[in-house]
Design a protein around this ligand. Structure first.
Ligand code: C2G
Length: 156
């Protein structure tokens, strides 16, 4: 606990294509303590994770920093930096969504480790799939129109 008696909460994530699930989580995390610090995965770290982000690190950082319940954002560049970050920021609570349940229990010698239920039925992966399907539908539509046009021209 810092000298001002405010509990510091630390979390990590990519937060690509920011959606209500991300918002709900960050708002609830802020409710656990008076200060929320977010480790935001860089684009190169995501490449390491095998993830391709749509929104750049710089823009994602600006979006997350603009949220009234986020106090600061810093780059997450490796899996190993969490222990150092917790000490550096004096974090009292480390928290993630429960898709990470148990994965960071080893940090519990430094601070409380909490997993919160995810928001159901929304994810960046699903949004990417929907956009991909829309694109495929559009391509199909264009292809069909081109074929129709071609058969019209050939029919002349
Ligand atoms: N989340 C949620 N509800 C959803 C989707 C996501 O509560 N419907 C939470 C996740 O559980 C996570 C946070 O939002 O705690 C960010 O999710 P991602 O951007 O997918 O995070 P990820 O890329 O998995 O990065 O070192 C840990 C990694 O940085 C986590």
């Amino acid at each position: 606990m810092s000298s001002d008696g405010i509990k510091t909460v630390i979390t990590y994530g990519t937060f690509d294509l920011f959606h209500i699930g991300h918002l709900n989580l960050l708002r609830r995390l802020r409710g656990l303590g008076g200060r929320l610090i977010v480790g935001l995965s860089t684009d190169s770290f995501n490449a390491l994770k095998g993830k391709k982000t749509i929104i750049s690190y710089q823009d994602r950082a600006e979006i997350i920093s603009a949220l009234k319940f986020v106090d600061s954002v810093f780059p997450e560049e490796s899996w190993e930096q969490k222990r150092e970050d917790i000490v550096r920021f004096g974090a009292d609570i480390f928290a993630m969504g429960d898709d990470w349940k148990g994965r960071f229990d080893d940090l519990s010698d430094l601070c409380d480790v909490i997993y919160l239920p995810r928001t159901r039925d929304v994810s960046t992966t699903e949004i990417k799939q929907i956009i991909g399907n829309l694109r495929d539908d559009k391509l199909l539509e264009v292809k069909r129109s081109a074929e129709n046009l071609l058969s019209l021209i050939n029919g002349m």
